[in-house]
Design a protein around this ligand. Structure first.
Ligand code: HEC
Length: 120
């Protein structure tokens, strides 16, 4: 009879034997979700926002630049350096018989790459 109060308190606080385990698991999954989410956010923040002007180039970048290696961040080079790198990639494409960029596509791509390039 005089134990009733205690047991009720425990139940109210979620202190039954199984619940801490459940909460622990949830915490674990939440933690993993948080890590995954921040990873994907980090992936995005490397590129940041795409302006209307850059969006055609961004699509080309996504389509063409992962054919042979992981897509390389636009921040790897300065706006000055990108045209040479893209020229090199275009000759790789030709050599390896991958889909090639037209001049027009390369122009669009450079608008995107330069817009997100490493600052000097
Ligand atoms: C046909 C295959 C191929 C495609 C498609 C390709 N690359 Fe490459 N990429 C290479 C090879 C091979 C290398 C290593 C040799 C070199 O640097 O030229 C490389 C290296 C790079 C590097 C590192 C260069 C350095 O030394 O720092 C960057 C940055 C890069 N590519 C960007 C791009 C971009 C941007 C695109 C999309 C236009 C692209 N790649 C598409 C084959 C490719």
């Amino acid at each position: 009879m005089y134990n009733d109060g205690k047991i009720k308190d425990k139940e109210l606080c979620g202190m039954t034997s199984e619940q801490p385990v459940v909460l622990g698991r949830r915490g674990f999954f939440c933690g993993i979700l948080t890590v995954l989410m921040s990873l994907s956010l980090m992936g995005c923040s490397d590129i940041g926002s795409i302006t209307a002007e850059q969006s055609a180039g961004y699509e080309i970048y996504k389509e063409f630049c992962g054919q042979c290696h992981e897509r390389q961040s636009p921040k790897r080079y300065t706006a000055e350096d990108w045209p040479d790198v893209v020229d090199r990639m275009r000759s790789h494409m030709k050599e390896k018989k991958k889909r090639e960029l037209t001049d027009e596509q390369a122009e669009h791509l450079l608008v995107f790459l330069k817009g997100h390039a490493k600052k000097k």
